[in-house]
Design a binder for this molecule. Structure first.
Ligand SMILES: Cc1cc2nc3c(=O)[nH]c(=O)nc-3n(C[C@H](O)[C@H](O)[C@H](O)COP(=O)(O)OP(=O)(O)OC[C@H]3O[C@@H](n4cnc5c(N)ncnc54)[C@H](O)[C@@H]3O)c2cc1C
Length: 413
């Protein structure tokens, strides 16, 4: 590519964190990059807390971005409570949680606004004379040398590469909520402290931990709650995804449309199954749910089209590293192009090999961590004792562990 008069051009579909990492890094290599995002306006209000893996901070630092620690929330020990509120296990932890917007904002500001196109939904691509032509919902087109699908769980780029490959529902959902700490009574705030709480009812898992607040004010925190619960079968999930007017929304439903009686039942279950501290926190929240899926793309680079982040692989959230994985995918693409600067096909083959292996291992690890929940949803599937191991000692060490503590994921980038 060096020596050519025209700069190589990348079309990035999806302007969330994965797309922004790729866009910024490829521009630093001298590429022309355009990012196309379906949503019509800024995404900063999205997302909750994210763990600050050392590797994520390193990719940001390489882009000249220092994540402001003062905007982080420090989380101390991990503590698991039984339904009576007794501590059943405690492990030292000590991590800084950051906010999704803390990562999005500087990446977005670093990328030229004129090259970031909001309200552009990708509709399809074709290959012509060595170029990739992308078509958008409004009928407009763009062409480039490389198409990067960074368009998330329901990736349209993946769907075109692999027709019929659907995200696989794993039999459980994550109920989620963010509660502004300032809305909680002082006494509850004090009891919550800065602990990363666990509750492990049989075949379920709830975690609750403080994250920087969505208002961005230093020192303000929200409590992030994620409760994994089996919902057996697509039909039951569809029923939960039906709004108060009887309208079905498929396998997901916009948070405000979750039926009040579904939320009331969750809060009732919380009082029966969870420690009073966690039930009280949940009581004061507006929960919504997301179904959990596994996605594995057979290949993530094919003839000048590549996938990264959730478009490539979706691991269940127990590994807690979706954002770090997206950043490392983008870094690997950058390095591969840097190493094979004269041969884009060779660069993409390297990317496919390295990040394909990482993605598959990540999905497998997350599947192992969630197996005991899945086993409740699919009881007859011949689960081994190891798969249904729900001991807090194991889960509290392995859920959202640091990448450096997981040898099987310490792969070349
Ligand atoms: C319950 C739960 C908890 C999680 N917790 C964590 C956590 O603690 N830490 C962590 O690191 N990760 C966590 N994740 C995972 C994390 O959210 C994702 O891995 C991460 O957002 C992936 O980023 P991405 O850029 O690949 O995709 P996304 O953030 O999904 O972005 C895809 C983008 O593509 C756009 N798009 C989609 N279709 C089109 C189209 N046709 N045309 C144009 N644009 C399009 C979308 O609007 C979106 O902006 C969690 C996920 C879940 C479900």
């Amino acid at each position: 590519m060096e020596g050519t008069i025209e700069k190589p051009r990348a079309l990035v579909i999806g302007g969330s964190l994965g797309g922004l990492f790729a866009g910024n890094l490829l521009r630093d290599l001298g590429w022309e990059v355009d990012i196309y995002e379906r949503v019509p306006d800024d995404l900063a209000s999205r997302g909750a807390g994210i763990g600050t893996h050392r590797e994520l901070l390193a990719v940001l630092a390489g882009l000249g971005i220092a994540l402001e620690e003062r905007l982080g929330a420090e989380v101390g020990d991990r503590v698991c409570l039984d339904p009576e509120g007794n501590t059943v296990h405690r492990v030292p932890w000590g991590h800084i949680m950051s906010g999704w917007a803390n990562v999005y904002r500087p990446l977005k500001d670093r990328f030229p606004a004129s090259r970031y196109h909001f309200g552009k939904g990708f509709a399809g691509f074709e290959r012509s004379s060595g170029k990739i032509i992308a078509t958008f919902d409004d009928g407009s087109q763009a062409n480039g040398d490389l198409l990067i699908g960074a368009d998330g769980l329901r990736s349209g780029v993946r769907a075109q590469l692999y027709p019929g490959l659907e995200p696989a529902y794993v039999g459980y959902v994550a109920w989620r909520a963010l509660v502004d700490e300032h809305t909680l009574p002082r006494e509850l705030r004090q009891r919550l402290g800065n602990i990363y709480w666990f509750g492990l009812p049989p075949g379920e898992m709830i975690v609750a931990y403080p994250v920087p607040s969505r208002d961005g004010a230093p020192g303000h925190r929200d409590w992030n709650i994620v409760w994994y619960r089996p919902i057996v079968g697509d039909a039951a999930l569809r029923e939960m995804c039906t709004d108060a007017h009887g309208r079905h929304h498929g396998l997901s439903i916009p948070p405000p449309l979750v039926r009040p009686e579904v939320i009331a039942a969750l809060k009732r279950d919380a009082r029966a199954l969870l420690a009073p501290l966690l039930a009280e926190l949940l009581e004061r929240s507006q929960p919504f749910f997301q179904a959990i899926f596994d996605v594995e793309s057979p290949r993530i680079a094919l003839e000048r089209v590549c996938l990264l982040g959730d478009a490539a692989f979706v691991a269940r959230p127990h590994v807690g590293m979706g954002v770090t994985k997206a950043a490392l995918d983008a870094l690997c693409l950058y390095r591969s192009i840097q190493i094979d600067s004269e041969n884009l096909d060779a660069a993409l083959a390297r990317y496919d090999r390295l990040r394909g292996e990482f993605g598959r291992r990540c999905v497998a690890r997350a599947r192992r961590l969630g197996a005991y929940i899945e086993a409740r949803a699919r009881p007859g599937a011949g689960w081994t004792d190891q798969q249904t191991d729900q001991r807090p000692e194991r889960l509290m060490r392995e859920v959202a562990a640091a990448l450096s503590d997981i040898p099987e994921l310490g792969l070349e980038i």
